[in-house]
Write a protein of this length. Sequence first.
Length: 112
Amino acid sequence: MSGTIFTKIINREIPSNIIFEDEICIIIEDISPQAPLHYLAIPKKEIIGVSDLNDKDNVIISHLLLTIKKQMQSINVSDYRLVINNGSEAGQTVFHLHIHILANRTLGWPPG
Ligand code: AMP
């Protein structure tokens, strides 16, 4: 896998609004927000999608979820939706695993 736009953001080759970063992941603002709060939690490791996870990635996935929890707690947002689009038919457009974090509006169900 050669770097997607998210690797370029992680490597500071293109700008982004970075909300949080550590050695494993980055959280950025989505450039095309679908809710008043729309972040993307992205592992630094280049993983195409959920289908490409291996057993050793359990540390990364746990870390992503716990980081999201802490980040949202730190800004006092208790209600939010996490979305992962896996594959183009599911809506994935950037083929580097990421978790959408959507909040600050009422979110309908089922999603379209
Ligand atoms: P998905 O369609 O699930 O693959 O989500 C990709 C997301 O990346 C979309 O919500 C885009 O708006 C977002 N996106 C694409 N390019 C950028 C960028 N340069 N900075 C921030 N978000 C981006």
